[in-house]
Design a protein around this ligand. Structure first.
Ligand SMILES: *Cc1c(COP(=O)(O)O)cnc(C)c1O
Length: 485
C-alpha cells in the first residue's frame, strides 16, 4: 500500500484554514435572491476581513482533527502522578450547565441567589465532613492558591498572638508549590530531609522546630505516594512549640472516608476540587482549592463566608481577623457545582470506595512492575507509585525515552523526573476509574518497553514517531515558545 495515499483516520498534516480555503466556497446556502441588485453604499464597500472561503465540512473536519491530536482522559489512560487525571462523570458537567446555574450572575442580590448560596454552604459542610476539619473557604482558585491562603492564615494566627515567626519547615517530599507558596507569604522555607523510608522523621523535626518557626507544610500522601505515618507525632512536636501543621491535601483521592485529618493533627489543609472531586483539569484550566481549618483558625478565613440562619443563606463580611478576599466574586463557582454534584451523586460510602480503589490500583501496578522497573521505596503505597529508570540505564535508556515510547502504545506518560528526591523518577497514578483490564494493558506496555530497551534501545531513543509533535527541544520550548505550529 502506498503510504501517501488514503488515511487511517488520524491526519497529522493539517493545513491552516487560510491554506485550505478555496475562493467561492461557502458554509451555507442562501435562498435565491428575489429582489433586484442594489448598489452598496461606498462607505461600506471597503475590503472585508481576510477570512478564507470554506465549506461547513472543511471547518468541522479541521477542528475535529486538531482535537484528535490531543490526549485526554476521555480517550485513554492518563496516569500522570500527583495530578489525579480520573474520569469525570458527565452528569457533573450537565449540572454545572443547568441554565439557572450557568446563567446566575455573581452580582445578583442574596435574596435571588438562595440556591447558589445553599450549594456553597452544603459543599462546605461536605468538605468539612470529608476532612474532619471545622470550617472552610471555597474561594481559592487552585491548589497553590489554597496554599497561599493557608500560609496567610498561619501568619495571621501568629500575628493575632503578637508573634512574628519567620520560618516554615518543608520536607523534601513535599509538592514543589509548597516552598513557593511559603516564600510568597514571606516565610523562609527550611528544608527537611525525609528518612530512608521516604517518611518524615520526628527526630529531624524536633531538631529544627523552634519558636521562630510558624509551622510545617506536609504533603500527605507525600510525593512518593506514601502515607506520612508519623504525622501525629510530628504534629505534636510542632504544636508543643506553638507552631501549626499545614497539610497539602491535593491528593485526598487516597484518603477520602479513611483518614480524619483533624485527628491526625492537621490545622489547615487545602483540597484540589479539580483533582479529587472530579472536575476536568489540565492546561491551566479553572480549578478550585478550598481551604479547611480547625475552629481556632476559623476567624482568619477569607471573606465573605456563607452563613445560614433559619433556612436563609447570606454572605457575611464582618470578620475583623480575616485575611481578606482572595478571589473576584465568590471563587470559581462552576467548579464548586461540579464538586457538589460529584460528592452528592457518590455519597460517603462511594467516596470511600473510590479512595480504596485508587490505592488498590496503584499497589497493583507497583507489585506487577516492581521486578521490571526499579522501585526505590518498596512499601505499600497510596494512590500512586514511583519507579526509576535505574535498570534501563544499563542500556542507555532513560525515563524520558520510556515516557516517549509509551505514547506510541496509546498511553499518556506518567509524571517524570518528579519527585526530585528520586533520580529518574516515573510517578504513576492510575486513579480508581481504570478497570483491571486497562491496568493490565498499561503494565504490558511498560514491560514491552523494558524488553525493547534491551533489544533495540534506538527504538526508544527515537520515540515518539507517531504523534504530531516528536521530541521537543525542551530548553528552547521553555525559552522561546512558538505557539503557532
Ligand atoms: C497538584 C498539586 C498541587 C498544585 O495544585 P494546582 O491546582 O496546580 O495549583 C499542590 N500540591 C500537590 C500535592 C499537588 O498534587
Amino acid at each position: 500500500m502506498n503510504e501517501t495515499v488514503g488515511t487511517n483516520g488520524l491526519i497529522f498534516n493539517e493545513p491552516l484554514l487560510w491554506e485550505k480555503g478555496v475562493s467561492g466556497r461557502t458554509g451555507f446556502s442562501m435562498p435565491r435572491r428575489d429582489v433586484d441588485n442594489a448598489p452598496v453604499d461606498e462607505n461600506l464597500a471597503g475590503k472585508g476581513p481576510d477570512f478564507p472561503d470554506l465549506s461547513e465540512v472543511d471547518l468541522v473536519r479541521h477542528y475535529v482533527r486538531l482535537s484528535q491530536w490531543n490526549f485526554s482522559v476521555d480517550n485513554g489512560m492518563y496516569p500522570l502522578g500527583s495530578c489525579t487525571m480520573k474520569y469525570n462523570p458527565k452528569t457533573n458537567e450537565r449540572q454545572a450547565a443547568l441554565p439557572g446555574i450557568a446563567g446566575a450572575h455573581p452580582l445578583l442580590p442574596e435574596s435571588l441567589s438562595q440556591g447558589m448560596l445553599q450549594l456553597m454552604h452544603e459543599l462546605s459542610d461536605d468538605l468539612c465532613r470529608i476532612t474532619g476539619l471545622d470550617a472552610v473557604s471555597l474561594q481559592p482558585a487552585a491548589g497553590a492558591h489554597g496554599e497561599l491562603t493557608g500560609m496567610l492564615i498561619i501568619y495571621a494566627y501568629h500575628a493575632a498572638k503578637g508573634e512574628k515567626r519567620s520560618k516554615i519547615l518543608i520536607p523534601d517530599t513535599a509538592h514543589g508549590t509548597n516552598p513557593a507558596s511559603a516564600s510568597l507569604c514571606g516565610f523562609a522555607s527550611i528544608p527537611l530531609a525525609s528518612n530512608e523510608q521516604g517518611m518524615l522523621d520526628p527526630a529531624a523535626v524536633a531538631e529544627l522546630m523552634d519558636e521562630d518557626t510558624a509551622g510545617i507544610m506536609v504533603t500527605n500522601p507525600n510525593t512518593l505516594g506514601l502515607f506520612e505515618e508519623n504525622i501525629t507525632e510530628v504534629a505534636k512536636i510542632v504544636h508543643d512549640k506553638g507552631g501549626l501543621v499545614y497539610c497539602d491535601g491535593a491528593n485526598m483521592n487516597a484518603l477520602m472516608g479513611v483518614v480524619n485529618m483533624k485527628d491526625s493533627g492537621v490545622d489547615v489543609l487545602h483540597l484540589n476540587l479539580h483533582k479529587t472531586f472530579s472536575t476536568p483539569h489540565g492546561g491551566g484550566g479553572p480549578g478550585a482549592g478550598p481551604v479547611c481549618v480547625t475552629k481556632a483558625l476559623e476567624p482568619f478565613l477569607p471573606v465573605p463566608r456563607v452563613t445560614e440562619e433559619n433556612g436563609r443563606y447570606a454572605f457575611s463580611w464582618d470578620h475583623p481577623q480575616s485575611v481578606g478576599k482572595l478571589h473576584a466574586f465568590w471563587g470559581n463557582f462552576g467548579i464548586l457545582v461540579r464538586a457538589y454534584s460529584y460528592i452528592r451523586s457518590m455519597g460517603g460510602e462511594n467516596l470511600k470506595k473510590a479512595s480504596q480503589l485508587a490505592v488498590l490500583n496503584a499497589n497493583y501496578i507497583k507489585e506487577r512492575l516492581k521486578g521490571t522497573y526499579h522501585l526505590p521505596y518498596d512499601r505499600p503505597c497510596m494512590h500512586e507509585c514511583v519507579f526509576t529508570d535505574k535498570h534501563q540505564q544499563a542500556h542507555k535508556v532513560s525515563t524520558l525515552d520510556i515516557a516517549k515510547r509509551l505514547m506510541e502504545y496509546g498511553f499518556h506518560p506518567p509524571t517524570v523526573y518528579f519527585p526530585l528526591v528520586v533520580s529518574g523518577a516515573l510517578m504513576i497514578e492510575p486513579t480508581e476509574t481504570e478497570c483491571k483490564a486497562d491496568l493490565d494493558r498499561f503494565i504490558e506496555a511498560m514491560k514491552a518497553i523494558d524488553a525493547e530497551a534491551k533489544e533495540n534501545p534506538d527504538l526508544l531513543h527515537d520515540a515518539p514517531k507517531i504523534p504530531k509533535v516528536r521530541r521537543l527541544d525542551e530548553v528552547a520550548a521553555a525559552r522561546k515558545p512558538c505557539l503557532r505550529d
